[in-house]
Structures are given as C-alpha cells and as structure tokens.
Write a protein that binds this ligand. Structure first.
Ligand code: SF4
Length: 309
C-alpha cells in the first residue's frame, strides 16, 4: 500500500484471468487512473493460436506486468515452444514479463531443465519465481505432505498476511491461500476481511492493518502464535493458521497481547526487517531457496546488487 492509501499493485490471477480479457483490461485501465499498477498471471491458453487474439492482446497491453505460469502438467496443454513464442514477442516489444514456475522440489529434473531452457532462450532477461507444488487446489488429491517431527517452533512471520485477495464469491481474504479461496477449508474468521459487495477499500485496508490476529501472523507466523497462545500446532504452516480461531481463547489472548506497547514495537521492527529483506529473501521463504536469485533476472546489475540479499 502507498502513503496515499491506495493499493500499490493489483494482481489478477485465476483460474485463468485471461478468459475474461475485457474485464482484465477494464480493471487495469481503472487501476491506472488511480495510480495503481497491475499484473496479470496467465497459463497462456491462447499460445496455441497462430496470433494472440485481439481482446487478449488489448488486455496484455493494458496491464503493467505480464506473468506466465508453467509446470509439467501445463506443458501437456500448452507446449513450451508456444509459451516461449508469446513471451519472446512480448519481450521484444518491451513488455515487462516474468515467469512463475512450480515443480516437485529442489531436485525435480523438470525444474532444472526448464530453468536452463528459459535462461538460455531469453538470455537471462526474464525473472522467474520458482516454487514447490503444495497439497492444495488440484494437487490436494495426489500430493501428501509428510508428517514433521514435533519440536519447538521458532517465529516465522507470514509476509503473505498483508495481501488482500478478492475471490470469485466477492470475499476478501487476508492472503491468497488456495484452499481458503476455493472454500475447501471453512473460512477461518481471522482470515476474512470482508466482501466487495458491501465493503470498500478503506474498510478492507483498515481491517487488514488493525486486526490483532493478522498483525500477529505478520509478526510471529501461525505456528509460533499457536504455540504461544495455546492453539494447535499442526505440521503445516497454513494448516496451523486455519485452526487458530477454533478455540476462542486464542484470538482473545492475541487481542490482549496486541494492546501491549512491546507488541507494537515488535510489529514495527518485524515489518522493517521483512520489507527490507527484499525480493530474494521473499523467494527463499515462499519458493524453492536454490532458485531464489532467479527473481532478479532481467534487472540491471546495479538494481540486482541492491535487491540481492
Ligand atoms: S499462514 Fe495464514 S495468512 Fe499466511 S499464507 Fe498461510 S493461510 Fe495465509
């Protein structure tokens, strides 16, 4: 968020946002009028066409940044060659583009091959965020997370708990967790910020900044919060978050703690550290660490040095 109270960046993802190209274009044009930048994420279903369809093209032109998502399952529908052709065209025209890639983990040979291919084909001009498939959304049915041995939990702030997301049903949630957005887990009350049918941006922003649970998530992360206030520490980070309001005494204790001056001081310090850590630290926390520095590809060397570590 910017100093004058507007969202700095609006991300349109999916499903597939480009199935509604005129809506994407209209949102992007409106956002630009109020000084908000836009980014759209697409699986490039249109890449198999000989040319980018006119409505899709207009939507791409309207946004500030265009991201393509790739993974091994996706490539069966949209071949790599077709995706590269579209990215190459956009890049040559001066469009700001990036890739979001997911695989099964740091040693997945698909990721090594794709990263190598992207870097050589585009001469390191396309930044990449490389992450692991999580057992959420479509992967929920086939990917199981192995149980973690129980040990004392350290604070691990959730930097995604500051990213209000609008779902298909109009719900605005604290983050874009797929299971929450899809309604697969019952909506945890502490993650719901409102609904766009009745709440304006000022209201959503105020709730996001003032909710004691959201502030605690941003400062300690869900597992440390559960451990400190008598909640259930599950093996998964977000899975623990889902359960935090199950026992009403947890939000009540968090609310009491939020009034203490030292809590506010801790929040300010954590915000400074998280924001100051830069994009590589973000990619290390939320993606696959060994590929984290790929988010800087395409930046001039001076900016790479400033954003590095
Ligand atoms: S810990 Fe909670 S707020 Fe953070 S990403 Fe997971 S579900 Fe969202």
């Amino acid at each position: 968020m910017t100093a004058d109270n507007r969202p700095d960046l609006l991300l349109m993802s999916g499903g597939e946002a480009m199935l509604r190209p005129s809506l994407v274009r209209s949102i992007a044009e409106h956002a630009r009028l109020i000084g908000t930048r836009t980014n759209v994420l697409s699986g490039l279903f249109f890449a198999n066409h000989p040319r980018i369809p006119a409505a899709v093209r207009a939507a791409i032109d309207a946004v500030d940044h265009f991201s393509a998502s790739m993974d091994v399952f996706h490539e069966r529908e949209v071949p790599r060659k077709a995706t590269f052709k579209v990215l190459s065209q956009l890049l040559d025209e001066g469009k700001d583009v990036s890739l979001q890639v997911v695989g099964l983990g740091p040693e997945d040979p698909y990721l090594a091959d794709l990263v190598k291919d992207v870097r050589s084909t585009f001469d390191d001009r396309i930044p990449m965020f490389v992450g692991s498939v999580a057992p959420q959304g479509r992967a929920r049915t086939w990917l199981k997370r192995s149980a973690q041995p129980h040990r004392a939990v350290q604070p691990a702030p959730c930097s995604l708990a500051a990213w209000p997301v609008v779902g298909f049903n109009g719900h605005v949630t604290v983050c874009g967790n797929q299971d929450v957005m899809d309604g697969i887990v019952p909506m945890p009350p502490h993650l719901l910020l409102g609904n766009i049918a009745v709440d304006d941006w000022e209201t959503v922003k105020e709730r996001c900044l003032s909710s004691s649970m959201v502030r605690a998530l941003r400062t300690m992360g869900p597992r440390y919060l559960a451990q400190s206030f008598g909640g259930r520490v599950c093996s998964g980070y977000c899975e623990t978050c889902f359960t935090l309001s199950d026992d009403p005494s947890v939000p009540a204790q968090v609310s009491n703690a939020a009034r203490e001056p030292r809590t506010r001081a801790l929040e300010v310090a954590t915000d400074l550290i998280t924001a100051g850590a830069g994009p590589v630290a973000f990619a290390r926390q939320w993606g696959i660490a060994k590929f984290a520095e790929l988010v800087l590809l395409g930046l001039p060397h001076k900016e790479q040095a400033q954003c590095g570590t």
